[in-house]
Design a protein around this ligand. Structure first.
Ligand SMILES: *Cc1c(COP(=O)(O)O)cnc(C)c1O
Length: 429
C-alpha cells in the first residue's frame, strides 16, 4: 500500500481521512503521509520510507518516539491492569511530581486531553467567581470546546464571534477576544467590564501561531489586572509545561497563575490533560464542590505510567542540558542557513519548541503572524518532505525537537534546509 492508497481508503471511512483536521495537510496541500512506526527521531510511512520528525505528535514526544524507558513503563503497567476507574497510587505519584515543579498547582485533577483541561478550568473559574465573561487572545488555542472556538469581532472591545458552525452566538458572546501582547486592550476591557470577568486564559508563550513570545510586562500585567479585579488568571501550559528546565513559563517568569492547564508531555504520548491551581479554587470541583467534572478514563494507569516515565527521563542527569544544547544548535543553524541565502527567517525558541516565521522580525500577535510570508511555508514543507524531513503541515504550528534529535540528525536536516532555503530565496526574487 502506498501513501495515496492508504489515505484514499482512510477518507472513505474517516471524515476527511483524519481524526484531527490539521493532519489533512490543508495548510500545505497534497496528500498526507500515513505512518506505521516511530523510533527515536524518525517516523516510518506505509511505504517504508523514514522521515526525521519535527512534529513529535504535536508536542508530547519530547524524549523521542518509543523511548525504551517509556515503552517499558507502559508494558509493565499494562500487564498489571489497564484501567481501574478507581483511585490508584500512580495518579498521586504523577500529581506529586507535577506539583514539585509547578508549586502553584496545589491541587490537581487529571483529565484525558488538553481540551478537557481548559474546559474544566473555565467552568471552574466561572463557578468559583460567579461571573460569566472569559478573556482569551487571538491566535491562542485552548482546545475545541465551544467557548474557545471564538474569534474576535470588529473592534478590540467587541465580544467574540463563533469560529465554527455549531457554536452558538450566545456562547461566543461570553468570550472576549483581544490581540496577544496587547496590554492596553486588556486594560480597557477590565475598565469596561471588570465586574463580569471570571478569568483570563493565555498561552504564556503562544505555541499555536508558530511560537510567539510574550513581550516584557505582558504576563505581569495580566497577573495584576486579574488580581485587582477578582478574576482568575489561567496559564495554558499544555505546550510550554516541562518544555524547559524551569518546568513552565510560570517558573521562568516568577508569575503564579490561579489555575494551570497541562497536557501533551505529561502523558508521554498517551491521552492526558491536567488542571490544577490554588486549593481553594480547585476545591470547587465535585466531589468537594458544586462544579461538576468527571471522566471514565481520567487518570488512566497507562497514561500516568507513560507520563511519569517521560518526566523521569527528563529529570535524569544531563538530559535537560542535552535537549537545550540540541535545540539551540538547531534554531541557530536554521537562522544561519536562511541568513546565508538572504532569506528572511525569524526563529523563536522556548526550550525544545521552535517557531519559524518567514519574516525579518518576530511577530507579536496573530495579525503580524498572518503578515509574514506564509506562502513560502508550503514550498519549504514539501521540499523538506521530499528530502526526508517532516515539519508541521501548517505554517501556524510549532517545530518540536526531541532528545533523540542528536547533532548528526540535526545536521542532516540543516543540510537539507540550506538547499531548500536557497531555492526559496531564488523564487522570491
Ligand atoms: C494541544 C493544545 C490544547 C488541546 O489539547 P488536546 O489534547 O489536543 O485537546 C490546549 N492548549 C494548548 C496550548 C495546546 O497546544
Amino acid at each position: 500500500m502506498n501513501n495515496i492508497e492508504a489515505f484514499e481508503r482512510a477518507a472513505s471511512v474517516l471524515v476527511g481521512g483524519v481524526d484531527s483536521p490539521v493532519r489533512a495537510w490543508k495548510g500545505v496541500g497534497g496528500t498526507p503521509l500515513s505512518f506505521v512506526g516511530g523510533r527515536g527521531a524518525y517516523l516510518e510511512d506505509v511505504e517504508g520510507k523514514g522521515y526525521v520528525d519535527y512534529v513529535g505528535s504535536w508536542g508530547p514526544l519530547i524524549v523521542g518516539h518509543s523511548h525504551p524507558q517509556v515503552v517499558r513503563a507502559i508494558c509493565e503497567r499494562a500487564q498489571r491492569g489497564i484501567s481501574f476507574g478507581a483511585p490508584s497510587p500512580l495518579e498521586t505519584k504523577l500529581a506529586e511530581t507535577i506539583r514539585r515543579t509547578f508549586p502553584s498547582m496545589e491541587k490537581i485533577r487529571f483529565v484525558t486531553s488538553g481540551t478537557e483541561a481548559t474546559m474544566t478550568a473555565l467552568r471552574l473559574a466561572r463557578g468559583a467567581t460567579g461571573r460569566s465573561l472569559v478573556v482569551k487572545f487571538a491566535g491562542c488555542y485552548h482546545g475545541h470546546h465551544d467557548g474557545m472556538l471564538v474569534s474576535s469581532g470588529s473592534g478590540s472591545l467587541t465580544l467574540g464571534q463563533p469560529d465554527s458552525a455549531g457554536v452558538l452566538q450566545e456562547v461566543a458572546r461570553c468570550t472576549a477576544v483581544v490581540p496577544y501582547n496587547d496590554r492596553e486592550a486588556v486594560k480597557a476591557l477590565f475598565n469596561a467590564r471588570g465586574q463580569d470577568i471570571a478569568a483570563v486564559i493565555v498561552e504564556p508563550w503562544a505555541g499555536n501561531m508558530g511560537l510567539v513570545p510574550p513581550l516584557p510586562g505582558f504576563l505581569e500585567e495580566l497577573r495584576n489586572l486579574t488580581a485587582g479585579h477578582g478574576a482568575l488568571l489561567i496559564f495554558d501550559e499544555v505546550i510550554t509545561g516541562f518544555r524547559t528546565s524551569e518546568g513552565g513559563v510560570q517558573q521562568k517568569k516568577g508569575i503564579r497563575p490561579d489555575l494551570t492547564c497541562l497536557g501533551k508531555i505529561i502523558g508521554g504520548g498517551l491521552p492526558v490533560g491536567a488542571v490544577g491551581g490554588r486549593a481553594e479554587v480547585m476545591d470547587h470541583l465535585a466531589p468537594l464542590g458544586p462544579v461538576y467534572q468527571a471522566g471514565t478514563l481520567a487518570g488512566n494507569p497507562l497514561a500516568m505510567a507513560a507520563g511519569l516515565a517521560t518526566l523521569e527521563v527528563l529529570a535524569s542527569p544531563g538530559v535537560r542540558e542535552k535537549l537545550e544544547d540540541q535545540s539551540a544548535f538547531f534554531a541557530e543553524g536554521l537562522a544561519e542557513a536562511a541568513r546565508s541565502c538572504n532569506l528572511p527567517l525569524s526563529v523563536t525558541r522556548l526550550g525544545s519548541v521552535l517557531g519559524l516565521f518567514f519574516s525579518s522580525s518576530v511577530p507579536r500577535n496573530l495579525d503580524e503572524v498572518r503578515a509574514t510570508e506564509g506562502n513560502l511555508y508550503p514550498l519549504f514543507f514539501h521540499a523538506m518532505v521530499r528530502r526526508g524531513h517532516l515539519f508541521a503541515p501548517s505554517p501556524f504550528e510549532a517545530t518540536f525537537v526531541s532528545l533523540a534529535h542528536d547533532r548528526s540528525v540535526l545536521e542532516s536536516t540543516l543540510g537539507a534546509a540550506l538547499e531548500v532555503f536557497s531555492e526559496l530565496a531564488e523564487r522570491r526574487q
